[in-house]
Design a protein around this ligand. Structure first.
Ligand code: DP6
Length: 364
């Protein structure tokens, strides 16, 4: 599908207004998206586990405008209170997508949004936030285009979410989502995420992700700035190539349940992401001393115990500890005994692989 396929036919009717609510989860990339071209096109393909507990719930209320103004009109409430500093991001998003969802000009909107995790936790909410908002908008569009099928609904929600935040396009469905063109993955697309189309061993079907909150402050480098650093980066082309190769290698690893090689790729991807930031100009170190302590302890523990536990990182200091269901007790014990001391105020979040976003019905 191309971008044109997401332009709607003229709407059949306009309702006076209404209200929709969606809850969308966050996701954690195994092969990382880092670097992008114009219009939120990724520089390389990526793949992620959809999460479950870390999620954003968004309600969009809409009411037909009284006067025929052409501009976009919305209010934004975050956790019940007006949030002016979130507005520019939504405004940019709406301006980017208005051609694909022209009903945006017809209504006054109120967007109410809240996260299941504390905003100050240093966990990015842009993926779950943009996914939840995009699903609300698609829900409204579906009411204006009643014969829209479910597959198109999800695809376009992912397409819109990508225009808000790249990784958000991987937060519509579960449980393993791939985004970005790859020569050996049929139907892969730069425009939206797809369900991973190959065999996945049951060991990966109930994976856990315990998120260790090493540093809860604002991110030192926004993802926009970070992606930008890949332009003119001396190692960028090799990195993009490596992402293609790692995705290809994952095919047999995921099918066979090959945890040893899974760990190698996932940890290498995390360290490569940080290496790219350390070797860009300007350069950044986003890990903290506690991040390194945790990584070293995981390596030591894995070597001694043979428990297949590993880490991955976002563009920050927090550590995602990944492990299969079969070693859950041992892993939690190890995390509590050895790793929690490295978390700010001892805080961590127990999450696991999830099935994707869901509509929340109005309680009446
Ligand atoms: C390191 O999706 O936050 O988490 O498209 O600028 O909103 P924008 O970037 P964003 O980048 C996420 C980068 C990452 C890796 C990943 O999730 O693949």
């Amino acid at each position: 599908m191309t971008e044109k396929d997401f332009l709607p036919a003229p709407y059949q009717h306009f309702s006076d207004g209404g209200k929709v609510t969606w809850k969308a989860p966050s996701n954690i990339a195994l092969v990382k998206y880092w670097g992008k071209l114009a219009d939120q096109i990724p520089a390389n393909p990526s793949i992620s586990f959809t999460l479950d507990a870390c999620a954003t719930t968004t309600t969009v209320s809409y009411q037909k405008k009284e006067s025929n103004t052409d501009g976009l009109s919305f209010d934004l409430l975050f956790e019940g209170k007006p949030k002016e500093d979130f507005k520019p991001k939504i405004e940019t998003f709406f301006n980017r997508i208005v051609g694909y969802v022209p009903f945006l000009k017809e209504y006054d909107f109120t967007i109410e949004t809240s996260n299941s995790f504390p905003h100050s936790s240093g966990i990015a909410s842009s993926a779950s936030g943009m996914a939840a908002l995009s699903l609300c908008l698609m829900d409204i569009e579906k009411q204006l285009t009643p014969n829209m099928d479910d597959q198109f609904f999800k695809k376009k929600a992912s397409f819109l979410a990508r225009l808000g935040s790249g990784s958000a396009c991987r937060s519509i469905e579960g449980d393993l989502i791939q985004w970005g063109e790859h020569s050996k993955i049929p139907n892969s697309s730069n425009f939206y995420g797809i369900k991973y189309p190959f065999e996945v061993n049951p060991v990966f079907k109930n994976y856990h992700d315990t998120i260790l909150l090493v540093h809860k402050g604002q991110k030192q480098v926004s993802s926009t700035v970070g992606h930008d650093l890949m332009h003119g980066h001396p190692y960028a082309e090799n990195r993009f190539q490596q992402a293609h190769e790692n995705l290809h290698k994952l095919k047999s690893i995921l099918a066979e349940g090959d945890l040893e090689n899974f760990i190698k790729i996932v940890e290498s991807e995390a360290l490569t992401l940080h290496t790219m930031m350390m070797t860009s100009m300007p350069y950044f170190i986003l890990m903290k001393p506690d991040t390194l302590e945790i990584i070293n302890k995981i390596w030591e523990y894995r070597k001694e115990s043979k428990v297949p536990i590993c880490f991955t990182l976002d563009a920050g200091a927090n550590v995602h500890v990944l492990y299969p269901e079969s070693v859950k007790e041992k892993a939690i014990q190890f995390i509590q005994n050895e790793l929690v001391v490295h978390c700010e105020k001892g805080h961590y979040i127990c999450d696991r692989i999830g099935i994707g976003a869901k509509k929340i019905m109005d309680k009446k």
